[in-house]
Design a protein. Structure first.
Length: 260
């Protein structure tokens, strides 16, 4: 059903406004040649933004998809970038309109449109420096979904005193949700969850070697957590960031409604 048909049905009282809104939202995508259909209403429909997964895509196609999404929404998040993707983005967009993650695992390209701000707060913690790439993907997703982000990196249980020293940031900022990225034995999310009163999302990372290779040991350890956590797939930074941001945005909306 096209937009004109929907409007005609409303006009003759064959469709109410709620049904019309649902129908229009389901139509909301922008085709890019024959390679992609950008779901520009995904954020309104589900609360989770549309993003471009660069991994497995031709760099030129990533650029074309990015151009289309920027035209439709003003900003686009691109994840899992390789060197060839980064070079293509830098050659097609002005540098002041590209925001890179700390280790350039993700990027936001925009036309000057600012990131949204919801009032939600998400903390991102890593066990080791090797976990930062995946954590940065999660951080940028949460930021693009309107959340303030707090990064606390390299505080794994091999030196537990490092985490203790950083817990003051958590107490001061009072995040609405926390992502904890860890490889090897994946213990840190369980420890963090035992110390805080907000939801913790375990993000297993494919670091480590031997029996712990590819993040499988970290994933299984998190699934067996004694303290209550949620767990996403190995290296699933986008999923962790989206889930944490949805929690934080829901809490922020409740604060607004209750004038807290």
């Amino acid at each position: 059903m096209d937009l004109k048909s929907i409007l005609n049905k409303i006009k003759v009282n064959e469709m109410d406004l709620d049904a019309a809104e649902a129908q229009i939202r389901s139509m909301g995508y922008v085709p890019v040649s024959d390679i992609a259909k950008i779901d520009i209403f995904r954020k309104h429909r589900t609360g989770i933004m549309e993003a471009i997964l660069a991994e497995g895509k031709d760099p030129g196609d990533v650029v074309e998809i990015a151009k289309a999404q920027i035209s439709a929404t003003g900003r686009v998040l691109i994840t899992r970038l390789g060197d060839d993707h980064r070079q293509s983005l830098e050659s097609h967009f002005r540098s002041e309109f590209i925001e890179w993650s700390l280790h350039r695992s993700a990027a936001v390209v925009h036309d000057g449109t600012p990131a949204p701000s919801t009032g939600g707060i998400v903390a991102i913690i890593t066990a080791g420096t090797a976990d930062i790439d995946v954590a940065e993907e999660a951080r940028m997703v949460a930021h693009e979904m309107g959340c303030e982000t707090i990064a606390i990196y390299d505080v794994g249980v091999a030196g537990f005193h490092r985490l203790v020293g950083e817990m003051q940031k958590i107490q001061e900022k009072k995040p609405d949700s926390i992502i904890v990225a860890a490889g090897r034995e994946g213990t840190l999310p369980t420890v963090v969850s035992s110390l805080v009163d907000v939801p913790v999302i375990g993000l297993p990372v494919s670091t480590g070697y031997g029996a712990g290779a590819k993040g499988e040991a970290a994933l299984l350890s998190m699934l067996q957590s004694c303290s209550v956590i949620s767990v996403v797939n190995i290296d699933a930074g986008f999923v962790a960031g989206s889930f944490a941001a949805r929690i934080a945005n829901t809490v922020a909306e409740a604060r607004k409604c209750n004038n807290l």
